[in-house]
Ligand binder design. Structure first.
Ligand code: MV4
Length: 447
């Protein structure tokens, strides 16, 4: 096992990884920007190294600075958390060259899934159901017309190098295609330096269902069911739950096995998430994320596993402890992302925390790096905490969530907490009746 791990991240996810290290008897190294010298992850780690100025680009995204921190402290492995360098194939390649272990998949698998056309092609070949669309990239408008007419409108034009909603354009009818195609191309060129696009049939009212998978890198893999992440605003998830209110045990077992078999066949190592749109009882693959996700705690609650521990075990060559026949979901978990943002516009609200009280009690987990007197810097994303509740069924989890939100105190900055109180009063949320468009529509008519 590793003796020392460096965590190339900040905030609650850095704490999440440090905690797993502590339970495994592994020393932890925090890295931080000058803006984060007083951050909780620096305090909680065994050692820390300053890796640059406040700008994320010059600190948490600086490959040479992070590799230097690793060499100075003698850390043998790096956990990337989510965001920052977590899905950066060049970073993982650099670590491979420096003989530092990356706690995550190979650079080849990251690269494969980062290119959305290659990802889709791979999944099709592995028997994973995909959205109908173009066979690879679409070179020009004439080819785009041909594909769109053969599937029928509406269609969506997506950037090959995109993902997470960036560089997507909808064409409702044939007259929209010219604009959608050329603007998707130029946005993709500007954002990713790659103007390749592909086309899919546009699904009108799907849910966003993602399957948690885990591979040992030696051809064995498991799935840990699904999360429903349909409640999003501008492609940012807001509220996630496991299991999905829309998926039954038989459907879960079927899509789960399809995903686990695909991951096993790929020889994938570590945690991954296979994202689907789900409409009228059918799954359509859209993307795969090759990292630990923000919302992983809802899966941990329902499957009673420590995903970070499993990541570390696999990266150290000790193999995963999980076996499919022992992975039995139990109860229901919900996560609310608490952001330092002012409603109704979700404007970032950095500043000093005058008071902080985390909720507790049965079935409540609060992952946060806040403390009283801490100043939230303006340089990074606005997630300040994740409130995760667990109960034996969905109504119990919802009641517990309402109770826990009532206990949460964050004074000194605005937060998204009032949004969750309001959502819990909505019959559609109480019954689980929502699609990917529900939240934006609700915000339009309620704010
Ligand atoms: C789609 C789609 C409808 N049809 N693809 C947005 C983020 C990216 N991961 C994929 N996205 C979508 N792809 C087809 N063929 C609708 C979306 C979409 C969406 C997906 C998941 C969660 C929220 C969303 C909000 C708007 C659009």
């Amino acid at each position: 096992m590793f003796k020392k791990i460096l965590i190339a991240n900040r905030g609650e996810i850095a704490l999440r990884v440090i905690r797993a290290c502590q339970e495994m008897g592994i020393a932890s190294v925090a890295v931080h920007s000058t803006a984060d010298a007083d951050a909780m992850h620096v305090r909680m780690a065994d050692e820390s190294v300053c890796i640059g100025p406040p700008s994320g680009t010059l600190s948490y995204l600086s490959v040479p600075n992070i590799i230097s921190a690793c060499e100075i402290t003698g850390a043998e492995a790096i956990h990337p958390g989510y965001g920052f360098l977590s899905e950066n194939a060049a970073f993982v390649q650099a670590l491979e060259d420096h003989e530092i272990t990356f706690i995550g998949p190979s650079s080849a698998h990251i690269r494969m899934m980062g290119d959305k056309i290659t990802a889709k092609e791979t999944m099709i070949n592995l028997g994973v159901p995909c959205v109908p669309g173009s066979d690879g990239g679409v070179p020009d408008l004439a080819a785009a017309r041909k594909v769109a007419e053969s599937m029928g409108y509406p269609v969506i034009v997506k950037a090959t190098a995109g993902g997470g909603g960036r560089g997507m354009k909808l064409a409702k009818t044939a007259k929209d295609l010219d604009t959608a195609f050329s603007s998707a191309r130029s946005e993709a060129k500007a954002a990713f330096g790659n103007d390749e696009v592909y086309i899919e049939k546009y699904l009108q009212k799907p849910r966003h269902i993602e399957v948690q998978v885990f591979g040992d890198g030696k051809g064995r893999a498991v799935h840990l069911g699904e999360r429903d992440c349909s409640l999003q605003r501008r492609h940012q998830k807001v509220f996630e739950e496991a299991p999905s209110p829309a998926i039954d045990a038989e459907t879960r077992a079927r899509i789960g096995k399809t995903c686990a078999d695909a991951i096993a066949e790929m020889g994938y190592s570590g945690a991954g998430t296979i994202e689907f749109l789900y409409e009228d009882g059918e799954f359509y693959f859209i993307e795969m994320n090759t990292r630990l996700q923000v919302e992983h705690p809802v899966t941990e609650a329902v499957y009673d596993v420590d995903l970070v521990r499993e990541q570390i075990l696999v990266a150290a060559g000790e193999g995963m402890t999980m076996q499919q026949e022992n992975l039995l979901p139990r109860g229901h978990a919900i996560e609310c992302r608490i952001n330092a943002e002012k409603l109704p516009d979700f404007r970032p609200s950095p500043g000093r925390i005058a008071a902080f009280h985390a909720p507790g009690g049965l079935g409540v987990r609060m992952d946060s790096a806040l403390y009283q007197g801490y100043s939230i810097p303006p340089y990074y994303d606005s997630l300040i905490g994740k409130l995760i509740v667990f109960g034996q069924d969905r109504p119990t989890a919802l009641a517990r969530l309402r109770r826990a939100l009532g206990e949460l105190i964050v004074d000194g900055v605005d937060t998204t907490t009032p949004l969750f109180h309001a959502l819990l009063d909505e019959p559609d949320i109480q019954t689980g009746n929502y699609t990917i468009h529900w939240l934006e529509k609700w915000l339009e008519s309620n704010t």
